[in-house]
Design a protein around this ligand. Structure first.
Ligand code: ZN
Length: 496
């Protein structure tokens, strides 16, 4: 069809611009010197403007709207692409241009404000920016006229097809099952803390071990690289170029190890996507939740298993013979799964982590239902911390100010983190029907697990929605009880 071919060539050109911007983005986060930033911002501004014009040009609008009118005549996957394009287009063109520009500026400024506020425990210095960000987003969803509740519009951005109704059911289960279970674990009086956790670990040696981990996970280094950055992340343009970072902290060796394994999970997903999607809008992982299911499967289900360290502790010991001299596999396994009521989400353990997310979800939901306002957040935050984890932050820096997301306008994103872990558990029990997972991990055959994920999930890119994918893989709808079961089995064994 002629119109669809026009669409394809427009998308390809846009991808070329995005490709260049992506590569520069990687460079900014890993290599570029501090003083490069000003000139780079100027140059990128021009490229970004070109890209914006392409996405909003009359020609592009005509093609997308034209295709949308005949959507019933398109093949399924073409229709899926056109729907995506139409939704993205509506989001840009329905917002008045001056507001769009003003919001962009606000986000830029808010990043710095937030950094400063967090460092100085200065909620008052940030709250007006946050109130404006929330207001803009409340207005934007009205402009879209999507016939959905406001917060549902935002949730769908990160997890297609997921609404408050779905997330409420999910978090209701977690609240009922995990809050009392976490309390039981914390009240058990058992401590899994070990002295070797706090020792000093040479960062060059840590890097050697992370390089070893790439081999353990069969990460294809001819199509990927590992570097270092303050906040670990995965970056990609297409399956043949997938890069990730980890970070090395001398006083916390677990940080580099588990950040590397987590990012290898994201990176393996991207590497194993079929190249046929490259020139379409169906490239890349299908949703934040499914992406996070892969990173958390690798990090928690494989990386924090006893089986994994039965095979690989010897190698870690060879890098750190002094620190780990008398450490047994059991003792190491306990140390990496230590549970604590803690204030900071990114430092939380596997068990308490979803409660940190539940709190954020509930707050966002109330904000967009207009039941609360930004002014109320510190108090609500602290009350919920007390309710779910039994602790109260001493100040806003370790409370409501801790995360970067809201300052960047990322509203509706948080719940996908918990959802990812729950998806991972559901995949795990399905995989266990077909593979002896522990045995594969022990025998250093993680490539078999990679292959399972490639066949069932990775190859499809975003040609299937998260719900379609989950049902195709497991034969069931989403069921949070797998996640509860996984956590209860593992942590009862460790603590009770
Ligand atoms: Zn992640």
């Amino acid at each position: 069809m002629e119109l669809y071919e026009q669409f394809q060539s427009m998308i390809k050109k846009r991808k070329a611009y995005q490709y260049v911007l992506n590569v520069v983005g990687w460079d900014s986060n890993t290599e570029a010197p501090d003083e490069a930033f000003k000139r780079r911002a100027e140059m990128l501004g021009i490229i970004n403007q070109e890209l914006f014009q392409m996405q909003t040009s009359e020609a592009y609008k005509d093609v997308v709207n034209g295709l949308y009118k005949q959507i019933d005549d398109l093949e399924d996957l073409q229709a899926r692409e056109v729907k995506k394009a139409k939704k993205a287009l509506d989001k840009i063109v329905k917002i008045p241009e001056d507001e769009f520009i003003e919001y962009g500026k606000l986000i830029q400024l808010s990043q710095k404000k937030w950094e400063h506020a967090k460092e100085n425990n200065d909620w008052d210095g940030f709250k007006d920016n946050l109130a404006k960000i929330v207001d803009f987003n409340r207005r934007f969803v009205d402009y879209y006229e999507f016939d959905m509740l406001p917060y549902d519009v935002l949730l769908d951005d990160y997890e297609e097809g997921w609404t408050m109704k779905d997330f409420d059911e999910f978090f209701d289960v977690l609240r009922a099952e995990l809050v009392p279970f976490v309390k039981e674990v914390l009240d058990s009086g058992k401590s899994l803390h070990k002295d070797f956790i706090d020792m000093s670990y040479d960062t060059d040696k840590q890097k050697e071990f992370c390089t070893y981990l790439m081999d353990v996970f069969s990460f294809d280094q001819s199509r990927g690289v590992m570097k270092e950055s303050v906040h670990p992340f995965t970056w990609n343009t297409h399956p043949s170029d997938v890069r990730f970072t980890t970070r090395y902290l001398e006083n916390y060796v677990f940080s580099s190890i588990f950040a590397a394994i987590h990012e290898i999970g994201h990176a393996t997903y991207e590497q194993q996507i079929d190249e046929t999607w490259n020139d379409t809008l169906l490239n890349g992982g299908t949703s934040m939740g499914i992406h996070e299911s892969q990173s958390r499967f690798y990090e928690n289900i494989i990386g924090r298993s006893k089986a994994f360290w039965e095979t690989h502790l010897t190698s870690l010991k060879s890098h750190f013979p002094e620190q780990l001299k008398d450490v047994s596999v059991q003792s190491f396994y306990e140390a990496i799964n230590k549970v604590e009521a803690s204030y900071i989400r990114v430092e939380a353990d596997e068990l308490t982590y979803p409660l940190h997310i539940m709190l954020r979800y509930e707050i966002e939901k109330q904000l967009f239902a207009r039941e609360i306002e930004v002014d109320d957040l510190p108090e609500i935050w602290n009350k919920k911390m007390e309710e779910y984890l039994g602790i109260t932050p001493k100040d806003d820096s370790e409370g409501v100010l801790q995360d970067v997301h809201w300052s960047a306008g990322l509203l509706g994103y948080f719940p996908t983190y918990a959802l990812g872990s729950a998806y991972a558990a559901q995949f795990y029990y399905k995989m266990a029907e077909e593979l002896d997972i522990d045995e594969l991990i022990k025998q250093d055959k993680i490539d078999v697990i990679n292959q399972w994920f490639k066949e069932k999930i990775h190859q499809y890119g975003s040609s299937k929605s998260p719900k379609e994918l989950l049902e195709a893989v497991t034969g069931e709808e989403f069921n949070p009880m797998y996640y509860v079961r996984f956590l209860k089995e593992k942590y009862s064994d460790l603590y009770l």
